[in-house]
Design a protein around this ligand. Structure first.
Ligand code: ADE
Length: 244
């Protein structure tokens, strides 16, 4: 379901819910408790709940992982605890997307963050160890996302990255609502350089145009700088703009 409230600036209207499933919930506490995400939670723009998968594990040791069939090295998250936890969550609300964080997922980028920010209820399953039983990916997950071509120790930091990038886009999360629009990648380009006082630090000067007070000249310069930086640093964004 699309979130039609996305342009509604009513700060006290809860517009998004993110449920995160993890075997290491502590890893998610700090990244989601500061700065913009903290403010968005305080303003009830988003409710983020982290669920400890181990509570759904069976036996004395609350087992949630097991050896893989076929004998590959490494432990695999079992289907049963994940299924039961997801079923409990689904009793409370229907989910627009059930995301699994994995290095072999689709690349997570600004376009994807924008898309997710228009949804209401999101579940994120954090991979761990070797990953999860393939049947979870085949039957329960609706989207598989990677935050980059490298392997993290688990999907928790990836889930935090995704939640952070999405939450800052919610109306009211940023103090200056337009600043999300001037972020790098929002128009397919890197952001221009920015400066603050002093205008001259030991002879290192702020470009004159930024001190000119002429908004047309300033935005022209910023656009030029954006294109220039993108050509130099990320030519792929210009060559293949709709790659993802
Ligand atoms: N888990 C481990 N590495 C990851 C990555 N690069 N992206 C998402 N989840 C991951």
């Amino acid at each position: 379901m699309k979130n039609s409230n996305i342009l509604n600036n009513d700060y006290f209207c809860l517009i998004m819910r993110i449920d995160i499933i993890s075997v290491l919930p502590e890893l998610l506490v700090s990244p989601l408790s500061h700065s913009i995400v903290k403010r968005a939670r305080e303003r009830s723009l988003v409710e983020i709940v982290v669920h400890d998968l181990r509570l759904y594990g069976k036996g004395k040791y609350r087992q949630v992982d097991d050896y893989s069939f076929g004998g590959d090295a490494g432990m695999v998250l079992m289907i049963e605890p994940i299924f039961r936890l997801m079923e409990d969550l689904k009793k409370e609300r229907s989910y627009d997307e059930i995301i699994y964080t994995t290095p072999d997922g689709l690349p997570f980028n600004q376009k994807e963050a924008n898309r997710i920010s228009c949804l209401y209820n999101i579940m994120i399953l954090c991979g761990h160890y070797k990953g999860v039983d393939q049947r979870i990916r085949d039957h329960l997950v609706t989207r598989e996302l990677s935050v980059g071509d490298y392997v993290l120790s688990g999907g928790e930091l990836a889930a935090a990255v995704i939640a952070d990038a999405v939450v800052r886009l919610l109306p009211g999360a940023l103090t200056d609502q337009t600043s999300a629009l001037t972020d790098s990648f929002q128009d397919g380009l890197l952001a221009p350089p920015i400066y603050t006082r002093p205008a001259n630090f030991m002879g290192w000067k702020v470009p004159d145009v930024l001190l000119s007070g002429d908004p047309v000249k300033i935005s022209g310069w910023q656009e030029e700088m954006s294109v220039d930086r993108t050509q130099k640093l990320r030519p792929d964004l210009i060559d293949e703009p709709d790659k993802d």
